[in-house]
Design a protein around this ligand. Structure first.
Ligand SMILES: [Fe+2]
Ligand SMILES: [Fe+2]
Length: 468
């Protein structure tokens, strides 16, 4: 069986003469509306004209036992290249499908970001592994200047991209070294959320300040483009953001001192074991910070309070010496990122949770608690995206799709409705397109249960080429 793309005009010509065609593959228009089912035998020109009117100039076709092109005598027509044999050359105004070029470009972009993300991840892992190993070997000392200079570089990369490590599809790759990966993932997610929060929150404050100043006839800062003067309040300065990012990176450093048998226990922890784990933040983590003379409050607060309650009445949190209102907002962001990573990571006692379900779950847990948390949550959702790039979703028609962009989302289907990997690369679907057929919406009731099964279904052009 071979995949072809036949000019629609050639097919019309054949059917006009009494021939017939069965494509063996579903034919869609650019909006992913099914125009012709794979097993339908087309004997009427009208059916092909409708397909042509829908903008399809090349029809995908697989020649097989029950699919192909036949002449008016029922004899199978051979195909040379993409041209039915014996048919006179027809002038075609076909040019390469722009959408396909668009996908190639997008996939190349994703591949490029994946490559950069992979390199950054590798360097981060080397850095955190060394810091944690040194801490353990020395009883608390590590080269914090080295870590700090690495995190500055990592911060620049994270600030220039949007949640880049989501492209590494961690639900597909296995995690052996949870603590190293967790530290990097929390840093990446929390830094992205913090930057988003800083921009959004600062913009809201500036809007209010400027409105107030306008009323009073005062302005504060010069805007370079038109000399109009505006406020430029920033919730956090660049140097503060870098320090906070370092805190995210090191938030669990105290876990290094927790006995391995407790950390790797596959069953439920006893109360006593849980109490030992709880020491990793306020006690062990802070001791390590102090031993290294790291008394920056951004670091100290994050290490100490990243498991503290972030709304009134939140359970299973520690320490409890600060009320939620007094927990710094960057610590609250760290906590959300921490939960998100823990829930989406594979551990010795559980499978990795599906990212979409986890985002929904985090939203459900923390929505409508207080205004600031609502604002943080908004930044969290918009940073991660309900459908993170690189994640896999099901459409209501049963197809599986690869998320190219969170907004929309823009999805590239890669299986047919029965779950078989598509032989040809289809056009991406923007799920937010007004009036889109409901069959192409995301099926919220289905999620990827076995990541490895999905991995096996992925066409080669979507398989991750970078490993975390
Ligand atoms: Fe922790
Ligand atoms: Fe953590």
């Amino acid at each position: 069986m071979k995949n072809r793309n036949i000019d629609i005009d050639d097919l019309i010509e054949i059917v006009k003469k009494g021939g017939k065609v069965s494509t063996g593959i579903d034919v869609y228009n650019q909006n992913k509306i099914l125009l012709l089912a794979r097993d339908v035998m087309v004997t009427r020109v009208k059916a092909l004209e409708i397909i042509k009117e829908n903008g399809v100039k090349k029809v995908p076709l697989i020649t097989g036992e029950n699919s192909g092109i036949w002449d008016e005598k029922g004899k199978a027509i051979q195909i040379e290249g993409d041209k039915p044999k014996g048919l006179k050359e027809l002038k075609s105004d076909f040019s390469p499908v722009h959408a396909d070029a668009g996908i190639e470009k997008k996939l190349m972009e994703i591949e490029e970001i994946k490559k950069m993300a992979g390199e950054n991840y590798k360097a981060s892992k080397k850095c955190i592994r060394k810091a944690f190993d040194d801490t353990k070997a020395s009883g608390g000392q590590f080269d914090h200047n080295e870590v700090s200079s690495h995190v500055k570089k990592l911060y620049d990369f994270l600030a220039a991209t949007n949640n880049p490590f989501s492209y590494l599809s961690k639900e597909i790759l296995s995690f052996d070294d949870y603590l190293y990966n967790h530290s990097i993932n929390v840093c990446a997610t929390a830094t992205t959320v913090l930057n988003k929060f800083n921009d959004n929150f600062s913009a809201v404050i500036n809007k209010h300040l400027n409105a107030e100043n306008k009323k009073r006839g005062q302005n504060l800062v010069k805007k370079p483009d038109n000399n109009e003067q505006v406020n430029s309040y920033k919730c956090f300065l660049e140097s503060e953001l870098q320090d906070i990012s370092l805190g995210f990176f090191l938030h669990d450093i105290g876990m290094v001192m927790v006995p391995e048998d407790i950390k790797n226990k596959s069953g439920k922890l006893t109360d006593q074991e849980y109490d030992t784990v709880k020491r990793h933040s306020k006690e062990l983590g802070i001791t390590i910070m102090e031993k290294n003379k790291l008394n920056n409050p951004f670091l100290m607060n994050t290490v100490k309070y990243h498991h503290a309650p972030i709304f009134e009445g939140e359970e299973r949190c520690y320490p409890l010496d600060r009320i939620p209102a007094d927990i710094n907002l960057y610590v609250k962001i760290c906590r959300l990122a921490d939960i998100f990573d823990a829930m989406t990571s594979k551990r010795s006692y559980k499978e990795a949770g599906n990212q979409i379900n986890v985002v929904t779950e985090v939203f459900r847990m923390y929505a409508k608690k207080d205004n600031l948390l609502q604002f943080i949550l908004h930044s969290f959702i918009s940073s991660i995206g309900i459908y993170p790039p690189g994640s896999i979703i099901f459409l209501r028609n049963g197809q599986m799709g690869y998320v190219l962009e969170s907004s929309g989302p823009l999805v590239l289907p890669f299986t047919d409705t029965s779950g078989n990997t598509l032989k040809t690369k289809p056009d991406p679907i923007d799920i937010s397109t007004p009036g889109i057929d409901s069959l192409f919406l995301v099926d919220m009731n289905r999620s990827v249960k076995k990541p490895l099964d999905v991995y096996d279904c992925l066409p080669s052009y979507l398989k991750p080429k970078t490993a975390a």
